[in-house]
Write a protein that binds this ligand. Sequence first.
Ligand code: MN
Length: 502
Amino acid sequence: WWCPGLFSPTSFFPLVASRCALRSVSLKTGEWKTKDVPQRYLGQPSPYTHPHLIKRGEVTPGVTQAEFELRRQRLASLIEGRARQQTGCSHASDSFHIVIVLSHPVLYMTNDIPYPFHQNRNFLYLTGITEPDSALVMFGSGRPDQAMLFVPRRDPARELWDGPRSGRDGAAALTGLERVHSIQELGLVLKSLKGGTVWYDAAQPCHPGLHQTHVRPLLEGGALVRSLRPLVHSLRAVKSPAEIELMREAGRITAQAFKKTMATCRGDIDEALIYAKFDFESRAHGANYLAYPPVVAGGNRANTLHYISNNQIVKDGEMLLLDGGCEYFGYVSDVTRTWPVNGKFSEAQRELYEAVLEVQLACVDLCCSGVSLDHVYATMLTLLAKQLRELGILPHGASDTDAVKAARRYCPHHVSHYLGMDVHDTPELSRSQPLQPGMAVTVEPGLYFSESDDSCPERFRGLGIRIEDDVVIQEHGGPLILSSHTPKTVADVERACAQAEG
Ligand SMILES: [Mn+2]
């Protein structure tokens, strides 16, 4: 998936929380405990019902209760720090803070037919709870380090239709949180906490119903409201080893799906079939579902950056651009490959493909601690400009300014975006800030020549090529490439296309 908003104003957020400051956060014992979960189905997988997915002490696959508690404590530290900056040290200790994070509601496409449920990522990041109609409240003087969870009350009549709910006991055992209430009590509890600064995103409430009934009265009481999103995004930006492991798995699954899809391709093939194959292979290899509607664009349609109709025939001799990724227990991949459907690059296709590949490899190598994504973008433009010259698309006499202008025209999107729980992850983070170890980003240069573009040589018209990998910034050495098993060189791609279909 490419990212628009090249020059759109991103809200400015200078630096993510410094790692040193975060390391100093320690867990108080007694805040959370590993209890046995109830021996029944909950509203989400539990160590009792899904021992193959979740170990004792984990809330979601691979992520422990302790890690979720650490995330909440880090958020409390960030808020404490912000308040201190604002008011000066002496007053920070007596100010009272309330943090409110709502889950998403179930959305309906019509009548009582729901869309697949998609949890609010910030709520998921801080609780691990995947049920709708829930909320997290954190509070405290100086430091909001006390957590309360609100979940839907158990209701046999509803559970008969919608499936089991965790209930208070289930959610408490799963998360290790001591204080779990039913969601109906949210307003009442908030009323009892009245006063102080409320950290909450009121502009676009995640759950309009809960906002209206339970949160609005608190806000109308004249509380000082400050946005929570930038703080949670700054935490989410730097991935823990457990998160990176989940992203590695998403990358491994995606590589398998690409290999199988390449093997299926042939001349004259329906994009819909390729889409179905990619979706099937992703799920068959363990993905929960695709992370976004994939771009499956044959021939000239690759030049429509967000082409998702995926309903035309790719002709023999044309290339296919597939931008797809999957979600694996809350973490996503976002990978693009472009290949000839008949499995053999033509001369023009190979020439253009290798030009993009050379730029892509150089940009991946740049993804190190201290470098910003905007710097990688500027470098991509320079490198693409060089390629455009060598391909004869630009006259050799063209000025550097004109060359970069042309690069921007033939690649109208940024080279990268942050990646994690969302495809376009943590948009509160500016792309001008230095990368840090643990951050995950995409690297996705492309060149697009519309069939109607007579400014480029005829043999390149109708070709659109993008190569996208997912990488994690590491403390030492180059980036960790999550999508490294996806065929990328001309030889590897042709080999994958020649594999027996399976
Ligand atoms: Mn992308």
